[in-house]
Write a protein that binds this ligand. Structure first.
Ligand code: TMP
Length: 206
């Protein structure tokens, strides 16, 4: 479904360690400074289903791929109904850190069919107005994770897994705009901001 609401729906995607959350936060601050009404949000959410998922990431026993898929789908419907769509109706700019491309890539890397996940997600969910994809090699991403954080990587962040996630992302991110995640963060933010402002203009939201 295309977004027919007055607001603007931006999604940021990329493998773990690619800097999505930092970029999302920078964009939120920059757009707010320009007087735009923004909402920064993420998946998995902190809601009922998202909380079960987050807890399972660090747990000793990982949920099955199908259990994970079911929870991510429920979390997304909940997120759309209760957060994203109401904000779009109010004409706000939503910046969403991860969306259904993540489900296709990550649960696909666990053996499920990425194209089937993508097709089901597209049928059930709202399409973003713009998706930015942060390009970074899995090796560099793991390096960043190991050096930048004190804690051990979670289940999603081991190199082999990230390599298959990156490979599958390559097959499902059609329509997303690639950005070079190795650029200095200020430059990356500027590039992303220019793309967003252009799309806002196209949608007469400037
Ligand atoms: P985060 O690090 O961006 O908060 O996301 C937590 C993990 O959740 C991340 O490693 C990717 C994973 N994930 C999936 O496996 N499937 C999904 O649909 C989403 C949204 C996230």
């Amino acid at each position: 479904m295309k977004n027919q609401y007055p607001g603007f729906f931006l999604v940021i995607e990329g493998i773990d360690g690619s800097g999505k959350s930092t970029l999302a936060n920078n964009l939120y601050l920059a757009l707010k400074k320009m007087g735009k009404d923004c909402l920064l949000t993420f998946e998995p959410t902190n809601g009922k289903w998202g909380a079960i998922l987050r807890q399972s990431f660090t747990g000793a026993e990982r949920l099955s791929a199908n259990e994970e898929l079911g929870l991510f789908m429920k979390d997304r419907q909940d997120h759309l109904e209760n957060v994203i769509i109401p904000a779009l109706k109010d004409g706000r700019i939503i910046i969403c850190d991860r969306y259904y491309f993540s489900t296709a890539a990550y649960q696909g890397a666990r053996g499920l069919d990425p194209q089937a996940i993508l097709a089901e997600s597209r049928a059930k969910s709202l399409e973003p107005d713009l998706c930015l994809f942060l390009e970074l090699s899995p090796e560099e991403a793991i390096n960043r994770i190991r050096h930048g954080r004190k804690e051990k990587e979670n289940n999603f962040e081991q190199l082999d897994y990230l390599k298959s996630v990156a490979k599958i992302y390559g097959t499902v991110k059609n329509g997303c705009i690639p950005l070079d995640a190795t650029l200095p963060i200020e430059e990356l933010t500027d590039q992303a901001l220019k793309l967003i402002l252009q799309r806002l203009e196209d949608k007469n939201l400037n």
